[in-house]
Design a protein around this ligand. Sequence first.
Ligand code: PLP
Length: 389
Amino acid sequence: MNLPVYLDNNATTPCDPRVTEEMLPFFSETFGNAASHHHPYGWLAEEAVDHAREQIAGLIGASPQEIIFTSGATEADNLAIKGVFESYADKGNHIITVHTEHRAVLDTCKAVEKRGAEVTYLTVDKDGLINLNELEKSLRSDTILIAVMYANNETGVIQPIKEIGDIAARHGVLFFTDGVQAAGKIPVDVKKDGIHLMSLSAHKMYGPKGIGALYVSYKNPGVSLARQIEGGGHEHGMRSGTLNVPGIVGFGKAAALSGSEIEEFGKKVQPLRNRLERDLLKLDDASLNGSAENRLPHVSNISFGDVDGTDLLRRVNKKVAVSSGSACSSASLDASHVLKAMGLPDDLGRSSIRFSLGRFTTEEQIDQAIDHVREVVHYLRDKAGVRRF
Ligand SMILES: *Cc1c(COP(=O)(O)O)cnc(C)c1O
């Protein structure tokens, strides 16, 4: 099959061959259970897990004991929000988050609301950025958590994380950030930024699917989390279950590679992204969504006016794999909640495409993508009788 050019790296990234290679022995000869403390099979597995923990902690400026392995970032988001909600019930029940968060955060907030939490949803401006004054004003004496993502998966927009961390510290409130799209793509330092909890996912940084982590600050402040999965007491009792050793080894390698190649990544993808963006924005009624400055180097979200969103995505995807960044239920395409929150009308939201480049994207692929998207937009406008000269 002739597969389309892959520009959907914010949905998932391929496993880097160096990662896969590192994982292989842990499926077979080094197959031990990391919790088997009485024989070398267990010791070898535990040693590998410890090493991976160091690699992942190193990527974000944490210490190894602050890394709690989970099945992915969805679980980590759930553990952070539900864990804080239950653990800090005597302090309060108020949580502050943002309309543009990932569904794993928004739906978890909805779930705790049903259990008595009060959640404030901050708005964003047309650039997708929160207003720090609005954040500060929404803090209450019973606020227990600020949950603001580091970088948005649909637009790449980076929130003012350090400033949020400062506000959280000033008010003695915990700060949780979904760091899935930022970690490994731009330098992240949880201590410098005053972050107390951060979710991570291996498959968004060239590691395997089904493994992620929650960074949980161990001191100043030491965060206490109510466990969401009962069992053998793994991961300091915060997340029971036999560790996914091959996944963890791959996650560790992926984190180490992303960290050591972070500059190279930016230098490679940013010029390619910029070229794609510049050429596509030359089309009539094409506009960029989200802050041009405060943005990940590999993401571009562009609206194409006067074309039908469903047709656009279907045709573009024949040669270029992208997504609209919005929930896609088979027949109809819902406008993205992120773009809506940024003030985009529904029709324009539906005819928006998220391009997310990656480590393996080539110049040639970008040329192909530019040509194909242009062609599709022209075709759809001609078909609809929209003529511009
Ligand atoms: C992909 C993603 C998630 C979910 O991660 P999984 O590991 O796939 O569960 C959460 N948050 C953001 C911002 C994401 O992009």
